[in-house]
Design a protein around this ligand. Structure first.
Ligand code: PLP
Length: 460
């Protein structure tokens, strides 16, 4: 067997040959990958990633919305190394615990509203959604209401790739990716996507209307059959869909009125993306269960948390007996130590505060400047998440045919010019790291405009 050191001597093409031969990538058209080859990332620093040919790329997506603190922070590496030397692994199944997980659970709950006092750890956002939904079912079972088993989620939602998380997701091709999805106890409602679902309406009135779609669904199915409503504070993978401020208070009121749990997926929004520490603060949401992941470690190690209110935890603890749910890597010591260090830096260096107060207004003004672009029909943002929706005709809002793949064309044009952004359908999404400077922001948007101009020329 060749050693890792031997691999380091290969040139880019040889890496690509091995990649094609052995490595199946997540959410990828492998036939297309075989033709183009993959970019081979080599090292990264701040907001930049270099490939094995020495080309520099601006990471306008913060990895996958997780590298909020930027690449190459030695403190996080040191925290992982120190923890691994001291206690490299510890299971928490059999009345055993360790200081890193306890400290992180305490830290997280101290950052959140007072009723959110308990944390269950996993490695990914998908797993966090499994935990949250299993727990909701368990809660109603223990209260003698097992018929409360249906989950209501939203169109264009993204909650992950396991069976339940993919079922909750409302991006329909995901259901075809395998496994008779969605599961029979998941249903979807329209989302707070004003450009497509309430164009021309007053934003506040639209927020109330969009929330009423939840009430309609509850009345259709019967509250006695519903376990929970599951939603992201704002939707990232669905195409930067940001609700009006009237939406969430209404959703909260409806969940309370019909006694259904509110599960809020903060896997992307948590740890500063909205310009607040959590989307819950931005939109004034009080969830019964809340998922965090991704930027909890800024992507240095995998970790997610399911944060559980006293209401749910008390039933589980007092009446539940053993709850047979858990993962080998629940509360992995090194991941917890890195999360603690990441949160310390985000806080002490004022990174989240600066993102909300200084950077987000700058970012959003830059996005607004695309109103004049012939391809851009809608501009959406919250904090440091933004989307520019490409349309064929601005007046009628007609989209390009799916087969035109105009979003993919535009993201490829940006990549050629050294910027990673993402096409969520025909919405060009940006989620730069929270440490991006204004000068770097200028560069990001200069390239975005060049990519859009090239796209307009090609399709015009
Ligand atoms: N929830 C949301 C809102 C996400 O955006 C994602 C991933 O992008 C997930 C859950 C799934 O997280 P993971 O990929 O870590 O399983």
């Amino acid at each position: 067997m060749e050693t890792t050191m031997a691999f380091k001597e290969l040139d880019t093409q040889s890496w690509q040959v091995l990649d094609r031969a052995h490595y199946l990538h997540p959410s990828t058209d492998h036939a297309s990958l075989r033709q183009t080859g993959a970019r081979v990332a080599a090292h990264a620093e701040g907001i930049y990633v270099w490939d094995t040919d020495g080309e520099r790329l601006i990471d306008g997506l913060s990895g996958l919305g997780n590298v909020n603190i930027g690449y190459g922070r030695k403190e996080l590496v040191d925290a992982a190394a120190a923890q691994m030397l001291e206690l490299s692994y510890c299971q928490s199944f059999f009345k055993t615990t360790h200081r890193a997980a306890i400290s992180l659970a305490e830290k997280l709950t101290s950052m959140l509203p007072g009723h959110l006092n308990h944390v269950f750890f996993q490695s990914s956002g998908s797993e966090a959604n499994e935990t949250g939904t299993r727990l909701a079912r368990r809660y109603w079972d223990l209260l003698g209401k097992p018929e409360k088993r249906i989950f209501i989620a939203r169109e264009l939602a993204y909650h992950g790739s396991s069976h339940m998380a993919a079922s909750l997701s409302g991006i329909w091709p995901m259901h075809k990716a395998g496994g008779d999805l969605p599961l029979s106890n998941v249903t979807h409602i329209k989302t707070a996507y004003q450009y497509r679902n309430g164009f021309g309406m007053d934003a506040d009135a639209f927020g109330v209307l969009a929330a009423s779609w939840l009430e309609d669904k509850i009345l259709e199915i019967g509250a006695d059959n519903i376990a929970a409503f599951v939603a992201e504070p704002a939707q990232s993978a669905g195409g930067a869909i940001c609700p009006p401020m009237t939406y969430w208070p209404e959703i909260q009121r409806i969940c309370k009125k019909y006694d259904i749990l509110l599960i809020v997926d903060e896997v992307v929004m948590g740890f500063g993306r909205t310009g607040e520490w959590f989307g819950c603060y931005k939109y004034g949401i009080e969830p019964d269960i809340m998922q965090v992941g991704k930027a909890i470690t800024s992507g240095y190690l995998p970790l997610s948390g399911t944060i559980i209110s006293d209401r749910v935890a008390d039933v589980l603890i007092d009446q539940g007996g053993a709850w047979d749910h858990g993962y080998t890597y629940s509360g992995h010591p090194a991941c917890c130590a890195v999360a603690l260090e990441n949160i310390r830096i985000l806080d002490e260096e004022g990174i989240v505060e600066n993102a909300g107060k200084e950077l987000a207004p700058y970012f959003q003004a830059k996005l607004d400047a695309f109103a004049d672009h012939p391809l851009i029909g809608d501009i959406r943002y919250v904090g440091l998440m933004g989307g520019l929706e490409i349309v064929k005709d601005k007046a009628s809002r007609e989209a390009y045919a799916y087969e035109a793949h105009i979003g993919d064309f535009c993201s490829a044009e940006a990549l050629k010019r050294g910027l990673a952004l993402r096409a969520n359908g025909d919405t060009m999404s940006l989620m730069p790291p929270l440490i991006t400077t204004k000068a770097q922001m200028d560069e990001i948007f200069d390239i975005t405009r060049e990519a859009l101009d090239a796209t307009a020329k090609h399709y015009g």
